[in-house]
Design a protein around this ligand. Structure first.
Ligand code: DP6
Length: 335
């Protein structure tokens, strides 16, 4: 019972920040709908993807998992079990498992490694256990490991409805990777690990007085951005994505304790994006729970934007990414 899968990370255009207060927090049911682009790195050295192999067998005496060759324990292992245990139950299997996972990009550097990681895990585990699930159903199990992983189960542009229960909080594809023209150039300003993980950050969202407004506005923005994607309106998608990003960071900064994910260079880049936009190529920024800035642009402008950003002193390096294909099961096993 062995299977392997590959999934890509995603960048949220409408952010998930904070869990629903009406549901069990372990279910990672968000307080608002979110929208993202699943992204595939355009260079040879990074596709922004995770490759995971999982094997269920009576040969194993205990569950064991490795990420980048390191054995996972504590909270990390707990999150894996949150995905695998209910699937094992579903398949009526009580074998122990061995899992190995590899990212082709830096882990925990604001590049959403857990999104691709838990999406790949859910896909591989469902396949290994022989469960007949749709991608939407698989997204609900990926969500149990990391909320944003629900969206990485699909390629292209994705809508995660907050729902009201485990079964209804699922991700669906809005359109495929070639159906809307948007790419991102990620400006990496700082590669260190995060001080506060998003997992912990979600807990603090409600302590900000602005969170209620953010939730209400995010619901509107998620619907509006979906429409703009389907209308092929790049400028409107960029405008809404920027607005939503500012709302999330305003909540982070005004939470108790406050969370400042931005680095001084993050703000420098935001200002540059606003300036570049006026002169061309047209671009918009968005920032997740980390210091790196995603600069959203049309595909034909990727190279030019990358060159402009790479000239800036505060930019360590850039990674350009396009919308990714769907996650998939592969015969290439890691062990
Ligand atoms: C800011 O709980 O999905 O990226 O802690 O990495 O598992 P991990 O992330 P998750 O929170 C994601 C928060 C966000 C916004 C988003 O992706 O929607």
């Amino acid at each position: 019972m062995k299977s392997s899968a590959i999934a890509h990370s995603n960048i949220a255009l409408i952010k998930y920040w904070g869990r629903s207060r009406d549901c069990d927090p372990c279910l990672n049911i968000p307080s608002n709908d979110s929208v993202s682009m699943t992204k595939c790195g355009s260079s040879q050295d990074t596709h922004l993807q995770t490759h995971t192999t999982i094997d269920f067998s009576d040969a194993y005496e205990e569950d064991i998992a490795f990420l980048e060759g390191e054995i996972l324990t504590g909270r990390d292992m707990e999150r894996i079990l949150r995905v695998v245990n209910p699937l094992r139950e579903c398949a009526n299997v009580d074998y122990m498992f061995k899992m190995m996972s590899r990212n082709d990009f830096p882990t925990r550097a604001g590049l959403a490694s857990s999104a691709s990681g838990f999406a790949a895990l859910a896909i591989a585990a469902v396949d290994a256990l022989g469960i007949d699930f749709s991608k939407e159903e698989i997204s609900t199990y990926a969500r149990l490991g990391s909320g944003s992983a629900a969206r990485s189960v699909h390629g292209g542009f994705v809508y995660w409805s907050r729902g009201v229960s485990h079964e209804t909080s699922l991700a669906e594809q809005i359109c495929g990777p070639d159906e809307f023209d948007m790419c991102t150039v990620i400006a990496i300003v700082h590669q260190g690990k995060k001080d506060v993980t998003s997992d912990v950050g979600h807990e603090s969202a409600y302590s900000s007085p602005f969170n209620e407004v953010r939730i209400r506005k995010s619901q509107e923005q998620a619907k509006d951005i979906k429409k703009a994607i389907l209308d092929d309106d790049f400028s409107e998608v960029g405008r809404i994505a920027e607005e939503n990003c500012k709302y999330m960071h305003a909540v982070m900064m005004t939470s108790n304790p406050p969370l400042f994910y931005w680095h001084p260079d993050t703000l420098r880049l935001i200002k540059s994006v606003q300036k570049i936009r006026k002169e061309g190529p047209e671009c918009y920024f968005t920032v997740d729970a980390g210091p790196n800035v995603h600069c959203l642009c049309r595909r034909e402008d990727t190279y030019e934007l990358q060159k402009v950003l790479e000239k800036m002193e505060c930019v360590n390096r850039t990674i350009s990414a396009k919308p990714a294909d769907d996650s998939f099961v592969t015969k290439e096993h890691l062990f």
